[in-house]
Design a protein around this ligand. Structure first.
Ligand code: SAM
Ligand code: SF4
Length: 337
């Protein structure tokens, strides 16, 4: 039997799940304050604690050596971090040498100026978050964004050759009247659409119980109008996809609340300050920044081994009037969506 050096052993957790997908929150800061994600007044992580790009690259390299094939840059808003394209370019160089895909989730506000650079660095697909097509409503949801910037960003990314999936958090009484128009618009522009259930992460600006819209309900509503064919596409996350006959596009449902798919989870999340969170809905974490700073590559490897031992089986989000405090105190922008 060949014994692989520790630094090349695949990352397999105590439930037998192979971890092959790393999400990196490059900053918890953002130019928007979406009502379901952030409070109006946010306290951000101290800048001095944020990992340098060299540190992010070292940690990403350790993951890639141990079988990570996909990295997503997220946040906060990844494209507002200064010099972000330098990190994108250096991680992009790993594509084909262990890494299969480098991708980004963005609010789109800075996309117009970075689209060509992202493509040049090897990014071929991105997720853009857009919860409404109405300019005024967009302003209300994001509290400070301009929809024109996002639409320009989307056009620029498509012109650069990047495929786009739109992420839309479905909220009762906020944008649930826009699901069908968004589907028609996104598919009409050859973009996928993924609907997301609001998750109870951090104190924010809306009533999560009132606005919670189980996607099962939405699925039934849409299925009366559209013809769905289930797709096999699995991302190891809580998304399930259908093909929509009438529009010819793909529709995804991310249902962490009404149906979790934790048994097939393949991902972990690195915060901007180097904490590795092992589940979006739990607090289990390993401090990779200290491991790297104090013990270098060997300590980083040992920390990854420890992470595999403590990765929890799954989250247990509950959302009702008897559980009004958020399930997890940290905001989505810290762990990275
Ligand atoms: N700023 C970028 C963006 O908005 O795409 C990347 C980070 S954002 C935290 C990633 C995704 O998480 C977005 O699609 C956003 O809509 C979603 N999100 C944020 N808070 C959420 C929550 N509490 N429940 C469900 N989705 C959430
Ligand atoms: Fe910023 Fe994204 Fe959160 Fe909106 S969802 S506040 S764009 S991090």
């Amino acid at each position: 039997m060949t014994v692989l050096p520790q630094s090349h052993r695949p990352l397999i957790d105590s439930f037998g799940r192979r971890i092959s997908y790393l999400r990196i929150s490059v900053t918890d800061r953002c130019d928007f304050r979406c009502v379901y994600c952030m409070a109006e007044d946010m306290t951000f992580l101290p800048k001095k604690d944020v990992l340098s790009f060299e540190e992010v690259e070292a940690i990403a390299g350790a993951f890639i050596a141990r079988g990570t094939t996909k990295i997503r840059l997220t946040g906060g808003e990844p494209l507002v971090r200064r010099d972000i394209m330098a990190l994108v370019r250096s991680l992009g160089q790993k594509i084909g040498s262990g890494l299969d895909e480098l991708t980004v989730t963005t609010n789109g506000s800075q996309l117009a100026k970075h689209a060509a650079g992202l493509y040049e660095a090897g990014v071929r697909r991105i997720n853009v978050s857009l919860d409404t097509l109405d300019a005024e409503r967009f302003r209300q949801i994001t509290r400070r964004g301009w929809i024109e910037d996002v639409l320009d960003g989307i056009s620029a990314a498509q012109a650069a050759g990047i495929a786009i999936k739109i992420n839309m958090v479905a909220m009762r009484g906020v944008n649930d009247d826009e699901i069908e128009p968004m589907l028609a618009w996104a598919h009409g522009k050859s973009m996928g659409l993924t609907l997301i259930e609001g998750m109870p992460l951090g104190e924010v600006g809306i009533d999560r119980v009132d606005t919670y819209l189980p996607l099962r309900e939405l699925h039934e509503r849409l299925a009366r109008r559209y013809t769905f064919t289930k797709l096999d596409k699995r991302t190891g996350g809580p998304a399930r996809y259908v093909h929509v006959a009438e529009t010819g596009g793909t529709l995804g449902f991310i249902t962490p609340m009404s149906h979790n798919f934790c048994e097939s989870c393949n991902r972990v999340r690195l915060t901007a300050t180097g904490q590795l969170y092992l589940c979006l809905g739990q607090d289990d974490q390993v401090n990779l920044r200290d491991a790297w700073r104090e013990g270098g590559a060997a300590a980083l490897d040992a920390a990854l081994d420890h992470a595999m031992i403590i990765k929890p089986k799954g989250h247990d989000f509950v959302l009702d009037r008897t559980h009004e405090a958020p399930a997890v105190a940290r905001h989505m922008s810290v762990t990275g969506g």
